[in-house]
Design a protein around this ligand. Sequence first.
Ligand SMILES: [Zn+2]
Length: 216
Amino acid sequence: MLERERERVAVTARRLADEGLVLGTAGNVSHRAGEHVAITPTGAILAEVQADQVVVVNAEGAVIAGDLAPTSELELHLGIYRRYGVGGVVHAHSPVSTALACVLDELPLIHYQMLALGGPIRVARYATFGTAKLAELTLDALEGRAAALMANHGMIAHGADVEAALENARLLEWASELYWRAAAVGRPRTLDGDQAQAFLDAVAARSYGELRRPDR
Ligand SMILES: [Zn+2]
């Protein structure tokens, strides 16, 4: 069941590890196909995940294919699908984003590429991993955004499919590293609302197509 989707989740999980966004088991990946979600299992070493280890659950989280238990952040993933109707989610304790999530209350809009994620990135308040409270806080931080930081924990990104979610996770890690380097030199300037709107207008005028951002 969902063989292709399970393979895509496994490939994305290994890519996250290969690119240094995840160490060991510190992340999870999912892809939604209609009412079903293919998701990495709990305790999986992401660098080694194979398609047959990826679990398939229904919208209520019941396992309908696979021998392993789904990730402990299952409710977080399902909550994002329910509230935002997207097709892929990536959660990782990536090094630079997580460092900023230990310090900042918000990652300010320091580069126009961050507009592909919807603007400044909120930091969801801390709660214990795998809890409904953490899911609630993180879902709120994602309002109008394709990514969020999670205080003293990590980052999360979503997209139209699992590959798009990975791309948004990469973009957030890049923006985090940019902020970190800029802040090492001085106080980073931020783009204001007019500058952000002018960028979006320029993109529209050049018919570059829609930015990958949720329209809510
Ligand atoms: Zn985590």
